[in-house]
Design a protein around this ligand. Structure first.
Ligand code: SIN
Length: 294
């Protein structure tokens, strides 16, 4: 995956100011000048699609868009997935999950501990996510960064004997893996109904996935959702997963996103894991997330 491309050519006869600029020393790139007040023509969409394959974290700057525009833009990349916690859907926009630590009149305004552990969004469903778009609404003056870890780089750096050992293994992913643990210490985790539990039955996926568009191999396990390696004794499975979790999130594979007003980050859940680093509890943080089916 190239991180060296500097792509600032206007796409439509000089009428567009779209610029895609790699962020130095990382696999992320920033996108300037996206105007979603006018139709996104195929040429601009194709540039963004290519950029996203080259840079699995795209940071759109200075984006002032409505929820309907976020939903429409996300849909250009695929059908949207609705989060099982319907309590935190944005009213009128079930495709948007409100990620927020704000509690008003005793009522949580969003999922405040989303991303507390490293994960790939919705890896626990049968068709895991292509990517997610997270749009800043209200940012804390301190903290609240999001970390991303490149799982292709993590795979490439795995010692050959470990690559060989895990290459054809399968692992189970479950939404419920850490749910009760989080619920015990957070006001944001409602008791799940039987219907919600039925919606999140565990799924099995390869430990090493080939990216369907770039063809690159990457690790696909996470401390939040991966519960066991299929077919291995419990202790062996646990030890191997712990080894993979520690490896896959090593600092050299990471990009830290420090949020700015107007940012929308679009990451590839097939290529990166992410983690919300949290902010002081008295500071308000609110973002809107859409998740695209893979
Ligand atoms: C998430 O995991 O989707 C939320 C990440 C964040 O709040 O930074």
């Amino acid at each position: 995956m190239s991180t060296a491309t500097l792509d600032h050519r206007p796409d439509t006869a000089g009428t567009d100011t779209l610029q895609i600029r790699p962020l130095p020393g990382s696999f992320a790139a920033e996108v300037l000048g996206l105007d979603l007040d006018r139709p996104l023509d195929d040429a601009r969409f194709a540039r963004l699609h290519r950029a996203h394959l080259a840079h699995p974290v795209l940071v759109f700057r200075d984006l002032r868009i409505t929820p309907a525009q976020q939903v429409a833009f996300s849909r250009r990349f695929g059908p949207l997935q609705i989060h099982v916690l319907h309590q935190f859907q944005l009213p009128g926009h079930p495709e948007i999950l409100v990620v927020s630590n704000i509690v008003e009149n005793g009522q949580p305004q969003g999922l405040g501990d989303a991303g507390h552990y490293w994960h790939s969004d919705l890896s626990y469903v049968a068709k895991p996510s292509l990517g997610s778009m997270l749009l800043a609404q209200e940012l804390p003056s301190e903290g609240g960064d999001t970390l991303f870890a490149d799982q292709h780089a993590a795979w490439d750096a795995l010692p050959p004997e470990l690559q060989q050992r895990v290459r054809h293994l399968q692992a189970e992913h479950s939404y419920l893996a850490k749910y009760e643990e989080l619920r015990a210490r957070s006001p944001w985790r409602p008791k799940l109904s039987a219907e919600q539990i039925a919606q999140v039955r565990p799924s099995v996926h390869p430990v090493v996935r080939r990216h369907p568009e770039t063809g690159r191999l990457g690790l696909f396990v996470s401390e939040h959702f991966t519960t066991r390696i299929v077919g291995l004794p419990e202790a062996e499975s646990r030890a191997l997963l712990d080894q993979l979790f520690a490896h896959s999130t090593r600092p050299e594979f990471q990009y830290r996103h420090v949020w700015r007003e107007g940012d929308m980050v679009f990451w590839d859940n097939r290529s990166v894991l992410h983690l919300a680093t949290g902010c002081p509890a008295h500071l308000r943080r609110r973002l809107h997330r859409t998740t695209i089916e893979g």
